[in-house]
Design a protein around this ligand. Structure first.
Ligand code: SF4
Length: 487
């Protein structure tokens, strides 16, 4: 999702009365420099791990302020520099509000994530996180938040602070709002030291659009692959299919990771596990969830795999997905065998039919041109991420895939697909196993042919093609169109 830099996120939080460390935004060197000591922070949309990349500097003299401003203002994609006063910090907390899109058994809502230990390295302290789900229509009061905060000093002030943060998140329809650290200062009150927000550009209320616009119109700088996903969504709208490419270039020495994250849980786990890492660069944000078909998962995976800089693919959800994991695994298998640029992959399946998904990947992995490692939901993504370096291959894999020619049986409109029959693979003319695999009864065997039952619907699960390839010698294949940006 598009990201708001810190100086813009501050405006949103200030509008809801969240106390902030005093700071001034500078898009050029001013005639009168700010009073030292200040922290100079480059404002680059989507930039993470700024301290490790030298994009945050402590300046304790006018000379250091001048030099710091001069250098940071010329950084790539830098919109300006935030000069923030140095606060007298006694303790640091972490808090984030995340959008949870829900599933077939739960409504969409928000999750407040709080840690009594904030600052750098939060991704390594996931054990300390307190998660408080909240309703977007009926957010919790300060008293209700306070009840969940276990034992923190000055809980009334902190609960009030977090309530205002939730108000900001809901009021501006954000998808992520993170404050880290929240400083506890000498009098026990709380101040935001650093913050960032993400949003869905179509979700921004019109009256607030000006707050989300950035110089250079970066709100609408859609990339070709983002356009490809927009077109996939246009002809198969069910479920969430989201993709946003990073705007920064891959830092030298970092591994470029293409991500397929499933739902708010997958996104949260990924951010927790990689937020402070400078050796891992997230090439794209993504979300495939909310009951999308495996056809659509496949098409979005093809977009994700087509990122030329990518070294590795990571796929994970919350570990408790309602989206059928076997169908998702079928989409992953199809994408890895048909993409011209398959990637070594770390795949974590958890949720409905997870055992079938894991079994499928085990069965097909030996015939794939890239290494894949499959993880169970009990494995936290930290453990997957520790394996990124060891799975990256020195040699980029390119393969050619040509859909086998056969007889077009029929096409489905939603989700869109072409079903192709290969009679030479079924010389006996008996009913292939794949027909009975169809969970909706859409496929029927009639007059020695596979036909479509007009009384049933295809849900785009790919179970028939998977069974056909594994048990029927490939008698039935499915062709799914891709946008030209991917082809
Ligand atoms: S025909 Fe049946 S098995 Fe095949 S994709 Fe459609 S619903 Fe799934």
């Amino acid at each position: 999702m598009p990201a708001l830099p810190e100086y813009k996120t501050r405006i949103l939080l200030e509008n809801y009365g969240v106390p902030m460390v005093p700071a001034v935004f500078l898009d050029q060197i001013p005639e009168v420099l700010p009073e030292p000591v200040v922290y100079l922070k480059a404002q680059i949309p989507g930039a993470t791990s700024r301290a490790g990349r030298g994009l945050v500097r402590r300046a304790s003299t006018e000379n250091e302020i001048y030099t710091g401003l001069t250098e940071l203002l010329t950084e790539q994609n830098c919109l300006g520099v935030l000069a923030a006063e140095a606060a007298d910090i006694r303790h640091e907390y972490y808090a984030a509000c995340l959008l949870d899109l829900g599933g077939s058994g739960s409504l969409p809502g928000g999750v407040l994530v709080f840690s009594p230990e904030g600052g750098t390295g939060i991704e390594k302290r996931t054990d300390s996180l307190i998660k408080i789900p909240f309703s977007l229509l009926d957010p919790p009061s300060a008293a209700e938040i306070k009840e969940k905060l276990l034992e923190v000093p000055n809980p009334d002030s902190l609960a009030e602070f977090l309530k205002k943060m939730i108000g900001t998140f809901i009021g501006y329809k954000l998808t992520v709002l993170e404050t880290n650290p929240i400083a506890v200062v000498e009098d026990g009150s709380h101040l935001v030291i650093d913050c960032r927000a993400e949003f869905e550009k179509h979700g921004v209320p019109k009256k607030y659009a000006h707050l989300f616009e950035l110089p250079g119109n970066t709100v609408s700088d859609t990339t070709p692959l983002e356009k490809a996903v927009e077109s996939i969504n246009a002809d198969d709208p069910a479920g969430t299919g989201f993709f946003r490419a990073a705007r920064n270039t891959v830092p030298e020495g970092a591994v470029a990771v293409a991500t397929n994250l499933c739902g708010g849980g997958g996104k949260m786990l990924w951010e927790m596990a990689t937020g402070g890492r400078t050796d891992i660069f997230t090439l794209n944000e993504s979300d495939t969830s909310g009951g999308l078909s495996a056809f659509k998962s496949y098409r979005i995976l093809r977009v994700i795999l087509s990122q030329p800089e990518a070294d590795v693919l990571v796929l994970t959800g919350s570990g408790m997905a309602f989206q059928n994991q076997y169908h998702l695994a079928s989409a992953v298998w199809k994408a890895l065998r048909e993409s011209p640029s398959p990637l070594p992959s770390l795949l974590r399946f958890g949720g409905t039919d997870q055992e079938k998904a894991i079994q499928l990947m085990d069965e097909v992995s030996k015939d794939l041109p890239v290494e894949i490692r499959v993880f169970r939901p009990e494995i936290f993504p930290n453990a997957m991420i520790e394996q990124i370096n060891s799975i990256v291959s020195e040699n980029t894999v390119h393969q050619e895939f040509k859909a086998p020619e056969g007889e077009l049986l029929f096409e489905t409109a939603t989700p869109p697909a072409r079903f192709v029959y290969h009679p030479e693979k079924n010389p006996g003319g008996t009913e292939p196993v794949c027909v009975a695999e169809c969970p909706t009864g859409f496929l029927v065997w009639k007059d020695s042919r596979i036909t479509a039952n007009p009384e049933a619907k295809c849900i785009g699960c790919l179970a028939c093609e998977t069974a056909s390839l594994l048990r029927d010698n490939g008698v039935l294949t499915i062709e799914l169109d891709l946008p030209e940006e991917v082809e």
